[in-house]
Design a binder for this molecule. Structure first.
Ligand SMILES: C[S@@+](CC[C@H](N)C(=O)[O-])C[C@H]1O[C@@H](n2cnc3c(N)ncnc32)[C@H](O)[C@@H]1O
Length: 350
């Protein structure tokens, strides 16, 4: 089996009808224009786009180096920059607008700016809003770009009241990730008192406005509302990329990707692709996992108890598309699940 180290369709932008390779999908920074070696590949010679994204060829720390402030480290569930970069390069063109309604430290926004796209994000926790703003400023200075990036503080379930109405129908791509699976979050330090877990919470755990602090069904209902609002800002034919993975509760598999597919349909979006973003490095003959201490520890204990689990080496990336016609919206599939949201009344689909 061979693996692509570069994603050709993700790597090119059209210039006078000729695809020009501008960056790698592995998170490497684009060299300055004066140093860049530009490869022109005729379209017919380009290998086809594949659904496995080589997004962990370099470590998370290397991908974030010089691009994200040190304060970013404490966020419990940051997206790999190369995952956001790959989605942005693949589904948008320079100058397009990219949105993340739950932007955390602003990975989607920062990677969008570095790729010459405009970006806007929303985040519930004030601290992470500040960190995102710092990261946007950093992108602005290191890239010397005049492209605007903006972060707004608020509850994305009220997205339509947070973002200006003149952005309706303007967003080319949403890249986002819901909060999930706290057992997989955080970092670890070892000392005389033993192993200590830290940085595994988003903020005040009693604050139910943060979707991380409510039960699974309310998380799904809240995320459906966010997608529904998001669809209003998407342009027809625009895409939504949701990165996530299943997690386990008391050894039971919680198949979050399947549930999120239902959320997307309920929001009037059409599921169009299901991709794999690798969290492991592709080596000559193998995949080299980058699993955290807790992930390895969890798997080891489960295996010792007779449950043959595997170390997770990828994220699921669900791609939805906004229908280009209202007829297509009306024909959307019947939802298989109904999610209870006792806090908010149902919101009409866009
Ligand atoms: C999985 S993290 C996203 C991380 C982000 N992709 C990044 O790379 O930093 C989910 C984020 O959603 C935020 N969040 C939770 N509830 C929210 C809400 N109601 N509105 C907006 N953001 C929310 C959390 O605070 C958290 O930062």
């Amino acid at each position: 089996m061979t693996y692509p180290h570069r994603h050709p369709t993700a790597d090119h932008v059209e210039k006078k009808g000729i695809p020009v390779h501008e960056h790698t999908s592995t998170g490497h920074r684009t060299p300055p224009a004066s140093h860049r070696r530009i490869t022109v590949t005729p379209p017919e010679q380009q290998p086809p786009a594949v659904s496995v994204w080589a997004t962990a060829q370099t470590s998370p720390a290397t991908q974030r180096k010089d691009r994200y402030s040190p304060d970013s480290t404490a966020h419990p569930a940051k997206m790999l920059p190369a995952v956001a970069a790959h989605a942005i390069a693949h589904y948008t063109q320079p100058g397009d607008l990219v949105l993340d309604p739950m932007c955390g430290i602003g990975t989607t926004l920062v990677e969008a700016l570095h790729l010459g796209r405009r970006a806007i994000g929303v985040e519930y926790e004030p601290h992470w809003v500040t960190v995102t703003q710092t990261n946007l400023d950093l992108a602005h200075h290191t890239n010397a770009t005049t492209i605007a990036g903006r972060v707004v503080h608020g509850d994305a379930r009220q997205l339509s009241t947070l973002l200006p109405a003149d952005l309706h129908g303007q967003v080319a791509l949403v890249v986002t990730s819901p909060p999930y699976g706290p057992s997989t979050h955080g970092q670890v330090s070892t000392g005389t008192a033993g192993v200590h877990k830290h940085h595994h919470r988003y903020g005040n755990t009693l604050d139910r406005g943060n979707l991380a602090n409510i039960g699974h069904h309310r998380l799904l209902a809240g995320f459906t509302r966010i997608l529904t609002h998001t669809a209003v800002f998407l342009r027809p034919g625009g895409h939504v990329a949701v990165t996530l993975r299943p997690w386990r509760e008391h050894a039971e598999l919680i198949d979050l990707p399947s549930h999120i597919l239902t959320c997307g349909r309920q929001a009037g979006l059409i599921p169009t692709e299901r991709c794999v973003a690798l969290l492991a490095r592709i080596a000559e003959n193998d995949l080299v996992a980058r699993g955290s201490f807790f992930q390895r520890d969890f798997i080891r204990k489960q295996r010792n108890n007779g449950l043959p689990l595997h170390l997770i080496a990828h994220e699921d990336v669900l791609i939805f598309t906004k229908p280009t016609t209202s007829k297509a919206t009306a024909e959307k599939g019947t939802p298989q699940l109904q999610f209870r949201d006792s806090v908010h009344a149902p919101l009409a689909a866009a």
